[in-house]
Design a protein. Sequence first.
Length: 267
Amino acid sequence: MGSKSVAFKVTLSLLLVGLLFPVAGNAQEKASGTVQEATPPNDEELLGKAFALIQKAAFKEARPILQGIVDRQKQKPALPYVKDDTLHIYTHNQSEIIAFSAIDQLPEEKQKELKEKVWPWAIELEKTHPWKNISFENPILPTAYFALAHICTEEGDLKKAMEHLKSSVAAWPDYTPAHAEIVYLLMRERNFDEAKKVAQEAIDKHSYFSPEGRSRLFRHLGYIAIEEGQLEEAERLFNESLKLEPDNPSAKQELEYIKQQRDKKQQ
C-alpha cells in the first residue's frame, strides 16, 4: 500500500504558517529608563518557537521549551470553565466560534440537539455555572503535548509518545490531531482493532469542526481496511476522505492502489 498520512508533519506546517496560531514576533522591551517588571512567558510565541526548532530537528532545544509550556499551562484551570460570568473554551477555528456564539439563537430543541452532539459538556456546565460572555482560546496545552509526542516519535520512543498524546486528548477531547496520531501509532503496532475503535470514536464525537482531521482519520481506517484485505471498504473510506479534502494526494494515491490490485485479480 502507499505511504501513510502523517498528521504530525501536516500540523507542524500549519502551525508555522500561522493557520492555527497567529504567533507574533518576539516581544519587544519597552523603551524606558525604568526597570520593567518581568512579564510572564508568552506561551503562544514560545510554542511557535518550539515548532520552528522541531522543523529543524532541534529536538534537544525544543523539548525544554515545550515542557515549560506544559508546566505553566497545567497550573491554570482545566478548560472548559466559567469565571466571572465568562466561559473559557478551546476552539478549532472561526467556524466553531461562529457556531457556538450563535447557538442561543436557535430553537431550544435544536440547541439541545446540537449541544448533545458537539458540546455535551455545555449542558451540565450551563446549569451549574451559567455564563454571559465567551472567551475562545488557542489549545496551547494539548498542542504542546502533541509536539512533545512528535519529538518522542522521531526519537523512537513510541511508548512516551503515546503518553503525551493521551495527555493531549485528556486536556482537550476534541483535539483531532492527537486522536489521529494515536491511531497512527496503534497502526504501527498492528493493533488494528484498537486503532479502528479510537478512529471511529474520534470521527463520531471529536472532529465535528475539524474536516482535515476527520479526513485523516478516514484515511487511517482506509489503510487498515487494505491491510485486512477489505478493498471495497477501503475504497469507501478513502472516498469519504476526499469528500472532506477533495485534493488530498494520499487518498487519491490509495484509490489508485486499490484499482491496481483489482486489475491484477482480473488478469
